[in-house]
Design a protein around this ligand. Structure first.
Ligand code: NAD
Ligand code: WQD
Length: 337
């Protein structure tokens, strides 16, 4: 099978390209490098030992995506290409609506023009907003709590309609909180600009780039007062895509799945685990809650286990060890090389 991976130079995309290549699939990376570097593509090529094809372009460009599908004989598409920051989406909503919906429409239109049916769509636990109950199941209530969340929720609904119309076979994967890196330390999360996520930030504190980690909220209704999330190793997530592609080959219609570990850790538990792994103290400051944050969310993962035969296997220690190996080797991401 030849798989087009839009956003394949990014964090989750690059790990998924490696997992797909390891599983024997041919891959074409399609990325405009708006939040990544061509050095990630080089690192992926070095890691898998083959010259993975790379096309630089905007996924909203239907002609370019169509040409790529035809040129490489693409059988299925994993669509990661999108902007991904909740807070940035509140500051620049129009950029998020245009890029995230434009790239999705561009890809799906190209699929129609070329007769390509199989699509995996990156959705997010953001579609659950503040859940009433945890763990959340795929049937839990959804809401558009931010422009970013809106693009994921409405992206899902658009794809459900396309599948219902018989145009596509789709797997919608709702990722929880991916962390970690490839165990080689050769690829990892390398955003343009500053990350707003917990694990990259706490490791930047450990590296001395910041003097302390601000813990956003210590008065939540959780065991230690800090918010609880379902952290997931990025390689488990990548392998989930390999399983989803296999399932998509034998199924049709539209299936929506939570992709998490099924267990939650609080911010303070993550910090304590990181202090063990890094063998150093992380200075903390307890500050006000971050606007828009939910208290607690983790996934019910039974459906993914049933449909994909996939469950996450790597624990929090492994996530932190692998993330640290990458971040220590690349304190400024690929940019410093
Ligand atoms: P990322 O920013 O590292 O990767 C996204 C990639 O897409 C980047 O390489 C970027 O250059 C590219 N891109 C963006 N717009 C594009 C366009 N119009 N055309 C071509 N390329 C484009 O992000 P990530 O963390 O790897 O996330 C991948 C996907 O997973 C996104 O859709 C994101 O919304 C979703 N997701 C991420 C998380 C997370 O916490 N990282 C959680 C849930 C869902
Ligand atoms: C985790 C916890 C923060 C930084 C985001 C998106 C979600 C999905 C996954 C895309 C929270 C706390 C963080 C810091 C802190 N992405 N924190 N100090 O917000 O759970 O989820 O990524 O789809 O949609 O919202 O992840 O890593 O930013 O935060 O205390 O400096 O760490 O308050 O409780 P989040 P995160």
């Amino acid at each position: 099978m030849t798989v087009l991976v839009t956003g394949g130079a990014g964090y989750i995309g690059s790990h998924t390209v490696v997992a797909l290549q390891d599983a024997g699939q041919q891959v074409v990376i399609f990325d405009d490098l708006s939040n990544s570097s061509e050095r990630a593509v080089d690192a992926v090529r070095a890691l898998v030992g083959s010259d993975v094809a790379f096309v630089r372009g905007d996924a909203a460009d239907t002609d370019m995506v169509s040409q790529t599908i035809v040129e490489y004989g693409v059988d299925a598409i994993v669509h990661f290409a999108a902007f991904k920051s909740v807070s940035e989406s509140m500051e620049r909503p129009m950029d998020y609506f245009v890029n995230n919906m434009g790239s999705l429409f561009g890809v799906v239109k190209a699929m129609g023009l070329t007769g390509t049916r199989r699509l995996i769509f990156s959705s997010s636990c953001a579609v659950y907003g503040e859940p009433k109950d945890v763990p959340v199941t795929e049937a839990s209530a959804t809401t558009a709590a931010s422009p970013y969340g809106w693009t994921k929720l409405h992206g899902e609904q658009f794809l459900e309609q396309m599948a219902l119309a018989g145009e596509l076979d789709v797997m919608i994967l709702r990722y929880f909180n991916p962390v970690g890196a490839h165990p080689s330390g050769a690829i990892g999360e390398d955003p343009r600009g500053m990350s707003s996520n917990l694990v990259p930030l706490l490791m930047q504190v450990a590296l001395g780039h910041h003097d302390r980690l601000r813990v956003f909220g210590s008065d939540y209704n959780t065991p230690d007062g800090s918010p609880v999330r379902d952290y997931l190793h990025v390689l488990d997530l990548a392998e989930g895509h390999v399983a989803a592609l296999a399932a998509l080959s034998s199924g049709s219609g539209c299936t929506t799945l939570n992709i998490g570990t099924g267990r939650g850790y609080s911010v303070l538990q993550v910090v304590a685990a990181a202090e063990q792994v890094l063998q150093r103290r992380i200075p903390l400051e307890l500050v006000d809650r971050r606007p828009g944050d939910v208290a607690c969310i983790w996934a019910q993962t039974d459906l993914a286990a049933d449909v994909l035969g996939w469950t996450a296997t790597r624990d929090l220690t492994k996530m932190l060890e692998d993330h640290w190996r990458w971040q220590k080797a690349h304190p400024d991401g690929f940019g410093a090389l």
